[in-house]
Design a protein around this ligand. Structure first.
Ligand code: AP5
Ligand code: MG
Length: 207
């Protein structure tokens, strides 16, 4: 199965992608995590994209598309978190593979702003929320024991910019995938486990 998750910042793409990847045993490809990892490791790519990601802008399509081509090569199944992000990327993806489902997780802008102030993340890719999905020890990752951190792009003005980019560039994809008949709408404004149940039911993996 090839699934992509789209939705505004904080809609729960990363959270649900991780749950789905464990449940269905599918490899997870998260462009945001991949970029943050490169930035923290100070790789050549990391240095090139650091400023762009930290200010909340999109990384140029040529760079992202090249990475996706490499990451999806030889994989029959996968979950994409955060890709495609605009029409150009969606058309590119179509040229190299075909998706089975696109899950659109929707939440309001107000909810996005509320959630991101208490998000904590780990270098290993795990995401927490200090109230809704807390780690066992406040600043330590349950999975790998590293110290959790706050994302550079989670400051209010950067979140507002990411929301604007979402509305302008990513939202048109909803129509694009609806016309293809593979769009599945998910209510992201419910507890994490209920969002996950809705996904499994709508993918007909649970009654
Ligand atoms: P990316 O990392 O993809 O960021 P984003 O799209 O802004 O989404 P977030 O990761 O902020 O939110 P999420 O939907 O994953 O929510 P989460 O599960 O964490 O991209 C970052 C940057 O990388 C981009 O700005 C760009 O620069 C670059 N980039 C990435 N992909 C790109 C591409 N394709 N093209 C170009 N550039 C690209 O949840 C959020 C919080 O809420 C957490 O604290 C979580 O615990 C909590 N939470 C989750 N679900 C619930 C719930 N149901 N109820 C209550 N709390 C919840
Ligand atoms: Mg994410």
């Amino acid at each position: 199965m090839k699934i992509a998750l789209i939705g505004p910042p904080a809609s729960g793409k990363g959270t649900q992608a991780e749950l789905l990847s464990k449940e269905l045993k599918l490899p997870l490809i998260s462009t945001g995590n991949l970029f943050r990892w490169q930035i923290r490791r100070k790789t050549k790519l990391g240095k090139m994209i650091e400023e762009i990601v930290n200010r909340g802008d999109l990384v140029p399509d040529e760079i992202v598309n090249k990475i996706i081509k490499k990451e999806t090569k030889n994989k029959r199944n996968f979950i994409l978190d955060g890709y495609p992000r605009n029409l150009n990327q969606a058309i590119f993806l179509d040229s190299i593979t075909s998706l089975d489902y696109v899950l659109e997780i929707w939440i309001s802008d107000q909810e996005a702003l509320k959630r991101l102030t208490l998000r904590r993340v780990c270098q290993c890719g795990k995401t927490y929320h200090l109230i809704y999905n807390p780690p066992k020890n406040e600043e330590i990752c349950d999975e790998c024991g590293r110290t959790l951190f706050i994302r550079e792009d989670d400051q209010k003005e950067k979140v507002l910019k990411r929301l604007e980019i979402y509305h302008q560039q990513t939202k048109p994809l909803i129509d694009f995938y609806q016309k293809k008949g593979i769009l599945v709408k998910i209510n992201g404004e419910q507890p994490i486990k209920d969002v996950f149940s809705e996904i499994l039911i709508k993918l007909k993996l649970k009654k």
